[in-house]
Design a protein around this ligand. Structure first.
Ligand SMILES: N[C@@H](CCC(=O)N[C@@H](CS)C(=O)NCC(=O)O)C(=O)O
Length: 204
């Protein structure tokens, strides 16, 4: 069984979406933002960084495996259960490139853009810097999806799942997706997938 410690946030939703796509049963452990559980000794043992998402996988045989960091979890699930990472070497390479671009680039830039603009006295340079970078990343994804239906160039993958949950939240960073019509259509397409709907319903 896979236990998922998570919440309905851009990083948190990635894991239930991937599990639903793979058809793997899981047990949800919901951790609302701000809950004291994030700083509990028990939780810090499974993620020393004190953040969701985290999974604990007990396959009934080997010792349970604990994994934190959404990108690592997505890769672990794709490797363990076979799927969502591209069938060819080229598609897998592209999956990794776009996945890492999300966790190391778009996510932190957009997260900081949202954080700094929400302050009572936002500093214009800081807000402009993160807002500009978030826009630049969105432009990269928009350009990629102009030439390919999915980010790895072949199939829906963990790279799409990782970006989807952030791109759909662009408004928090002060970005209107109307400025990125290809991205807007891609988000709507992913929102309509049965697996996405099930994941959101379970986390609601
Ligand atoms: N790089 C991490 C980021 C995880 C992260 O920032 N999680 C947020 C929710 S989206 C969180 O747990 N925040 C609660 C806290 O920091 O106390 C990942 O991709 O998993």
């Amino acid at each position: 069984m896979i236990e998922v410690f998570t919440a309905s946030t851009p990083n948190g939703i990635k894991v239930p979406i991937a599990l639903e796509e793979l058809g793997i049963p899981y047990r949800l452990h919901k951790m609302p933002m701000g809950s004291p559980e994030y700083r509990s000794a028990e939780f810090l043992q499974i993620n020393p960084n004190g953040k969701i998402p985290v999974i604990r996988h007990d396959d009934g045989g080997n010792a349970p495996v604990t994994i934190f960091e959404s990108g690592a979890i997505l890769l672990y699930l794709a490797d363990s259960f076979g799927g969502l990472a591209g069938a060819t070497a080229a598609a897998r390479g592209q999956t990794l490139s776009w996945l890492f671009l999300q966790v190391a680039g778009l996510g932190p830039m957009m997260g900081n853009a949202a954080h700094f603009r929400s302050l009572k006295s936002p500093d214009p340079y800081t807000v402009g810097r993160f807002h500009g970078e978030a826009n630049r990343y969105l432009g990269l994804i928009e350009a990629r999806l102009r030439d390919a239906e999915w980010l790895n160039g072949e199939t829906y993958s963990i790279a799409d799942i990782a970006h989807f949950s952030w791109v759909r939240s662009a408004a928090y960073a002060g970005i209107d997706l109307k400025d990125f019509p290809i991205l807007e259509a891609w988000v709507q397409k992913i929102e309509k997938r049965d697996a996405t709907r099930r994941a959101f319903a379970k986390l609601a």
